[in-house]
Design a binder for this molecule. Structure first.
Ligand code: COA
Length: 172
């Protein structure tokens, strides 16, 4: 797990341009313009430096293959909370990468940043994403019906969250 560099753009593009990735993400466009990746790397790094979001690339240690992205995609300094976001290259689905990365981020969010709350959301049809968040300790807070209009269909969205005291209790 490391910060992004400009030269990661092509590997990121090969993943974010895939239909399977766009289908269940709330914000990713499809098709994904190649030049948007260059903008995005800059955006992510500026946000990181300003403490507004902390996104990391997941890379294989030996080969440097890009596995995916995981981060606190927005951090509120005012309310001391952060929102999780992640995607994994489809070849690596269901091998535990998203869960391992989320758990590391939660540790970073509570311990490193001193956050009070970490939350996440996913489409109701995104069983894998909900499972990742639950395995990482987040608990379902509710289902917002028709919260998102994606590709012409209103999607129900699960909201999950974890506060510091619950996380500490979970660890003991
Ligand atoms: C969601 C996503 C990040 C999961 O990544 P991953 O690395 O495969 O996740 P993990 O392997 O850590 O865990 C997935 C869990 O979901 C389970 N799962 C996945 N699909 C499932 C399904 N259709 N039914 C039941 N369980 C399912 C897996 O079995 C696994 O649980 P387990 O370890 O208890 O067996 C990945 O599928 C992805 O990138 N999807 C597209 C982008 C996206 O939707 N991002 C999230 C936006 S909120």
């Amino acid at each position: 797990m490391r910060r992004y560099k400009e030269e990661d753009a092509e590997s990121i593009f090969q993943v974010v341009s895939q239909h399977e990735i766009a289908e269940t993400t709330i914000k990713l466009p499809h098709p994904y313009p190649r030049q948007t990746v260059d903008w995005w790397i800059n955006f992510v790094n500026e946000n990181f430096d300003n403490g507004l979001a902390y996104e990391f690339g997941l890379f294989k240690k030996n080969t440097n293959d890009y596995i995916g992205n995981c981060g606190l995609v927005s951090v509120s300094k005012e309310h001391n909370n952060g929102e999780l976001g992640f995607f994994i290259q489809p070849d690596y689905w269901n091998t535990g990468f998203a869960t391992e990365a989320c758990q590391a981020l939660i540790e970073f969010g509570f311990n490193g940043l001193g956050l009070e709350r970490i939350h996440g959301r996913c489409m109701a049809k995104n069983i894998g994403s909900k499972r990742v968040m639950e395995k990482s300790g987040l608990m379902v807070e509710g289902l917002a019906k028709h919260e998102v209009l994606k590709w012409g269909i209103y999607e129900d969205i699960w909201h999950l969250g974890l506060v510091r005291s619950e996380w500490l209790n979970r660890k003991t």
